[in-house]
Ligand binder design. Structure first.
Ligand SMILES: NC(=O)c1ccc[n+]([C@@H]2O[C@H](COP(=O)([O-])OP(=O)(O)OC[C@H]3O[C@@H](n4cnc5c(N)ncnc54)[C@H](OP(=O)(O)O)[C@@H]3O)[C@@H](O)[C@H]2O)c1
Length: 313
């Protein structure tokens, strides 16, 4: 029977640390701010938006809310982004997805300044992740450890996308070694599957990425030491697709008619085979929000470190 990877517990721990950092920045007159842009009234996005607002209140981050109607034009959306880019009070900006279908989401996300791209999905942030310029943040050894401990954040590094960053942190929290393991990522989206596979590679796992066109998905998942699935297909991963003792991370979110939420994994059959499993809800979701807050504080600290003159009294 699998042990539960409890995302809520980790998220609470991260938020406690973030709150301390927010309070210590406040002592220097620095308020940490996060901009949130919601376009339209997608109910899942609205739910996520409200959960972020609540988390911001808990840790003392000031939220700046921008809301546009479903009919908003691309230029109206870009105006909000430019306004947030210029606003000194805003350290990070998150655009809630999905955007209306007629809007080019890449055009929008690429307009966020990399210094404020706390969800790490702009082309520069993703490029820096792929080029290994940001991956020091998922290491706690050697030179990486020193960088993390000093809080020094090289100007050329980007923010890591919150969901995959949260997955790595969750695995780390439970002491799950990645080096040399075979990780199978199901889903190759820019928001989750692709950056997660890059992070797993950086951690020296052997990575297989599966997607809609993958032939015989179960052939791949059965060989995995670690399965991470992010497809939004309910019940895609079943017990007979999982090797005995594998670690199973379910990132998928599927909202049922009665409003309840389930993941991609058939929890009851898979928990009998896996050594560890994430519940949905209560697994990756809460950690994603905690990482967003952590990245926002990191952004505030980096801006201060880069812009403040050294004051000697
Ligand atoms: N927990 C969290 O914090 C969090 C955060 C973000 C997203 N999510 C959830 O994670 C899921 C994925 O989100 P996303 O933004 O990555 O979605 P997405 O952009 O729609 O991507 C879904 C991916 O799954 C693949 N896929 C779909 N059906 C498949 C199948 N039958 N077999 C194998 N692969 C399949 C797609 O393959 P192709 O590329 O070939 O089409 C695609 O790469 C959603 O349920 C979303 O709500 C959760």
């Amino acid at each position: 029977m699998a042990k539960i990877l409890d995302g809520k517990a980790l998220a609470e721990e991260i938020k406690r640390e973030v709150k301390k950092e927010v309070e210590s920045l406040r002592e220097f007159g620095i308020e940490v701010g996060l901009g949130l842009l919601l376009v339209g009234a997608n109910s899942a996005s609205k739910q996520y938006y409200n959960a972020i607002l609540k988390a911001c209140r808990t840790v003392g981050i000031k939220a700046f809310e921008f809301s546009l109607s479903e009919e908003a034009s691309i230029n109206e959306i870009l105006n909000v982004i430019h306004e947030a880019n210029r606003d000194e009070r805003i350290n990070g900006l998150l655009v809630l997805f999905p955007l209306p279908r007629r809007i080019n989401a890449r055009r929008v996300v690429n307009e966020i300044l990399p210094e404020k791209d706390v969800d790490g999905l702009g082309a520069i942030s993703i490029g820096r992740l792929a080029a290994d310029e940001s991956t020091f943040q998922i290491f706690h050894e050697g030179v990486y450890k020193e960088l993390n401990q000093t809080g020094f954040f090289p100007a050329v590094s980007g923010f890591l996308p919150c969901t995959p960053f949260g997955v790595i942190r969750l695995l780390e929290y439970y002491g799950i070694e990645l080096k040399g393991k075979h990780a199978v990522v199901v889903g190759k989206s820019l928001a989750v599957g692709k950056p997660l596979s890059l992070m797993l590679l950086a951690k020296e796992a052997t990575v297989t990425v599966c997607h809609r066109e993958t032939r015989d998905l179960s052939h791949h998942t059965r060989q995995a030491d670690i399965i991470c699935t992010a497809t939004g297909v309910r019940g895609l991963i079943k017990g007979d697709m999982v090797k005995e003792g594998a670690v199973v991370v379910d990132i998928g979110i599927n909202v049922l008619e009665d409003g309840s939420i389930v993941g991609d994994v058939e929890f009851d059959s898979v928990k009998e085979k896996a050594s560890y499993i994430t519940p949905v809800p209560g697994g990756v979701g809460p950690v994603t929000i905690a990482m967003l807050l952590e990245n926002t504080v990191r952004s505030a600290k980096r801006t201060e470190a880069m812009k403040s003159p050294l004051m000697l009294s």
